[in-house]
Design a binder for this molecule. Structure first.
Ligand code: SF4
Length: 454
């Protein structure tokens, strides 16, 4: 394996991003190096997502494009990892003859060994064991994200909720939480390496229950992590509304590193659709929780996921969703049209909303949300926020950072600001980001000198 080049393409959520990082670390440990172009690689890994049809189609289309590379270089090893791998198993080997290894999410940490076996023995195989209760495969030494400032820590995996549209319980299994001792160790290690912001990950992150300490739940974990020296920002995703307890709400505003942002999927504003989705809450329960959260931290940013065109969603249901969006005034929303996923309960429901109508509803919803996002960002003009500078902006001409509420801020400044916490005053609120100026009057003397002398 020494000297081999690998390329990873990742689809889906941050859990998959983190799995890809873990796979990369294993390959580096085996002497491989990462490349940024598939054409330069000896090992191609496609880490797939099956939560929506579109993500799955994109992964298949990429794999289709890799066929030509394999034809030119038969020694190339092509690996399909992630949720599609888990779902399809050996069928993928029949369906895509140029794929060598199919690797389910529970085997990501073995990727080096699997690639080696495939190359040495010239074998094609699938490694997609059945669900496990063990959490060993989630253990991680602590891998900072690319710029070294932020890191994801997977604290649990799987889900027991069985929302009727979702494949997660089938491909990632039931909830399994990592011991709090190893999580604290991982976080300490990351902080020693200079990480400033940690995001806790789990499909149902706030259902965390430490297996090594009786009664130690998610709020306890947040409190323990908040006490670690050097941790400036703590985030988590994705939360389920039913597990947003009063105790968890109390953590906001009382644990200094815990950022004022929550991603809390609502999915629909209609009670009958929520019931058909098996979400386990009603619209009013969701709204009460948001209201309790805002009572606690008025400036908390709330983002959400929404599905339109679910089987049985009538126009009135859709109007309820729009009403809920207008009521909550989310900071932003990830919105999707409903797509049936094989093996789920919703796959057996009759599709009642034509594709064209689903798209129409999606566009209406997005237009409503765009207006709200813009209004909310405009309302921030003139305010000053602490921004963690992550690197250069998309156009490369400015700096890009994030507020504690997870809003992107672009602003001008001299060289060498990456990794600094700077005060920035919002000059203009745009739909998806903020434009600002370094606020010298709020800066510490070192940053004031650095920014003003440039
Ligand atoms: S809570 Fe529902 S949508 Fe989220 S992972 Fe679990 S089953 Fe899927």
């Amino acid at each position: 394996m020494e000297g081999l080049a690998y390329y990873i393409e990742t689809f889906g959520c941050q859990m998959n991003e983190q799995d890809s990082l873990r796979a990369g670390e294993r390959l580096k440990g085996a002497g491989c190096r990462e490349v940024v172009s598939p054409a330069e690689a000896d090992i191609l890994i496609v880490n797939t997502c099956s939560i929506r049809r579109k993500a799955e189609e994109k992964a298949y289309s990429l794999l289709g494009r890799f066929r030509a590379l394999k034809r030119r270089r038969p020694e190339l090893t092509i690996v399909v990892a992630g949720c599609v791998a888990q779902q399809e198993g050996e069928r993928l080997l029949d369906r895509i003859p140029h794929v060598d290894v199919v690797c389910g999410p529970h085997h990501v940490s073995e990727i080096g060994r699997l690639v080696k076996r495939s190359r040495e023995k010239r074998q094609r195989f699938a490694m997609v064991s059945q669900m496990t209760n063990s959490v060993e495969d989630l253990e991680c030494p602590g891998i900072p994200a690319r710029n070294g400032l932020k890191a994801y820590v997977t604290i649990m995996e799987g889900c027991n909720n069985f929302c009727s549209y979702c494949v997660v319980p089938f491909v990632r299994g039931r909830e399994r939480s990592r011991p709090c001792r190893s999580l604290l160790e991982e976080a300490r290690h990351l902080l020693e390496r200079g990480v400033k912001e940690v995001t806790l990950l789990g499909q149902n992150v706030n259902a965390y229950r430490a297996p090594d300490r009786m009664g130690f739940g998610f709020p306890d974990l947040l409190a323990a992590l908040s006490g670690l020296e050097g941790l400036r920002r703590l985030r988590f995703t994705t939360s389920h509304p039913k597990d947003l307890s009063a105790e968890l709400i109390e953590c906001f505003g009382s644990l200094p590193p815990l950022c004022e942002h929550i991603h809390l999927p609502l999915q629909s504003g209609s009670d009958s659709v929520l019931e058909a989705m098996n979400r386990g809450y009603t619209r009013s329960v969701y709204l009460e929780k948001i209201s309790a959260l805002r009572d606690r931290v008025p400036n908390v940013a709330v983002t959400s996921d929404m599905i339109v065109g679910f089987a049985g969603e009538g126009l009135e249901d859709f109007e309820d969703t729009l009403a809920a969006i207008r009521h909550v005034r989310f900071d932003s929303i990830y919105s999707f049209v409903f797509s049936r996923r094989p093996g789920t309960r919703a796959a057996r429901l009759e599709e009642t909303v034509p594709e064209g109508e689903k798209l129409r509803r999606l566009h209406v919803l997005q237009a409503v949300q765009r207006e709200i996002s813009l209004e909310k960002n405009k309302a921030l003009e003139g305010e000053t926020f602490e921004v963690l500078v992550e690197g250069s902006s998309r156009n490369g001409r400015q700096w890009m950072g994030r507020t504690r509420t997870n809003k992107i801020v672009n602003f001008s400044g001299p060289e060498g600001l990456t990794g600094r916490f700077l005060p920035v005053t919002v000059r203009e609120g745009c739909r998806n980001s903020l434009r600002g100026d370094f606020a010298a009057e709020h800066a510490n003397p070192e940053d004031r000198g650095r920014c003003l002398s440039a």
